[in-house]
Ligand binder design. Structure first.
Ligand code: UT7
Length: 329
């Protein structure tokens, strides 16, 4: 019997309607379109005015099920990557399963910041490859606006809200997830984090006053680590799998900063036409960026295409996943 691989059989995004432009941001904090565009590549981002992460995830997953013609009861497992869960507990995956009617699925949340989706994809693939499950959903969702300080110009211009989800099913043609390299280094934890609200700094009047429930980032430091590690791990997975730049059809990079994306593509020897980019429309949606890229580019993807997904985020966490696209849309 041929080896079972985990193929992506559908992808779907969900974006809230409200568009926060660079122009509008420049009326809120001391910034301008020229700075944001030249330093990050971002023009606008979406903001969820009402509702929680589970509502965006529900929007993505309901449409995914419809598109793949799969009944909610047939889903076995839901892995939901986020740093903005509805609650500390229960998990947003649990809430999502209830809202969508995935009564026979179990699920859990996964925290790996901007690397959440690739961590989730690699994890979900294991359950398919072993033959245990037939239908696994991996969601990347973040309502970053719920943890952003709109008085801090160094973070509020970068992040946005959004969700994306993929369906994983067994594939017997050898398509789907081929390999992954995942890394983490907790010594980087103080460069990018939400300091308050966990067991170290439980919510109190003091943590609120000190703005500890907002994202803190030392941008320059994170940039340095991100540029090096995302580029290196992407090159490493190519070397490990004997892939040349001609073999790779698409780089699917985390959308944190256009300069980081360009450096990664350059290290891999890939021209711009092979790089998925939508940062100008959505900014950095943390766990949402990679499935939102796949969704935006879905129509251009062909069965058998070679994709490298690559990310770097808070933790630090980073890695790359090598997949062969499993369908024509
Ligand atoms: O997704 C998870 C991982 N995160 C990342 O990968 C983010 C990595 N970091 C970055 O993308 C960049 O560091 C930022 C986009 C966050 C910042 O860009 P930078 O080129 O590193 O800028 P900087 O922090 O060195 O700041 C340069 C100048 C400073 O002014 P002075 O000190 O030179 O006078 C900042 O105060 O730009 C100023 N500045 C701004 N100016 C206008 C910072 N933010 C803004 C702003 N508008 N929004």
């Amino acid at each position: 019997m041929s080896k079972i691989t985990a193929g992506i059989t559908g992808v779907q995004g969900y974006l809230p309607e409200y568009v926060l432009t660079n122009e509008e941001l420049s009326t809120i904090v001391d910034t301008n379109d020229e700075w944001i565009t030249s330093r990050t590549g971002i023009k606008e981002r979406r903001i969820m005015k009402d509702g929680a992460s589970s509502d965006m995830a529900t929007g993505a997953v309901e449409a995914l099920l419809k598109k793949t013609n799969i009944a909610p009861e047939d889903v076995d497992l839901v892995i939901l990557a986020t740093v903005t869960p509805d609650y500390p507990f229960p998990s947003t995956a649990n809430v999502l399963c209830d809202k969508v009617g995935m009564k026979n699925a179990w699920g859990f949340d996964l925290i790996a910041a901007c690397s959440g989706f690739i961590y989730g994809l690699a994890t979900g693939a294991q359950f398919i490859e072993t033959g245990r499950y037939k239908k696994v959903i991996v969601v990347g969702v973040d309502k970053m606006s719920s943890i952003i300080d709109y008085e801090d110009r160094t973070t509020c211009v970068i992040f946005g809200d959004g969700a994306g989800a993929v369906m994983l099913e067994p594939n017997e043609e050898g398509l789907g997830v081929q390999d992954f390299i995942l890394r983490s280094d907790g010594s980087g934890r103080n460069y990018l984090l939400q300091p308050g609200g966990g067991s170290k700094n439980p919510a109190s009047a003091e943590t609120v006053e000190k703005k500890m429930h907002f994202v803190k980032q030392e941008g320059k430091q994170v940039f340095k680590f991100a540029v090096t590690n995302m580029a290196e791990v992407s090159a490493e997975i190519m070397e490990k799998n004997n892939l040349t730049s001609d073999d790779v059809d698409w780089l699917v990079p985390h959308q944190a900063n256009l300069r980081i994306i360009d450096a990664t593509a350059k290290r891999m020897g890939l021209p711009k036409e092979k790089v998925m980019i939508n940062i100008e429309k959505y900014g950095n949606t943390t766990a949402g960026t990679l499935p939102l890229c796949l969704w935006d580019y879905e129509k251009q993807l062909k069965k058998g295409d070679t994709l490298i997904l690559s990310a770097f985020g808070g933790g630090f966490t980073w890695g790359a996943v090598y997949i062969k696209w499993a369908y024509n849309s």
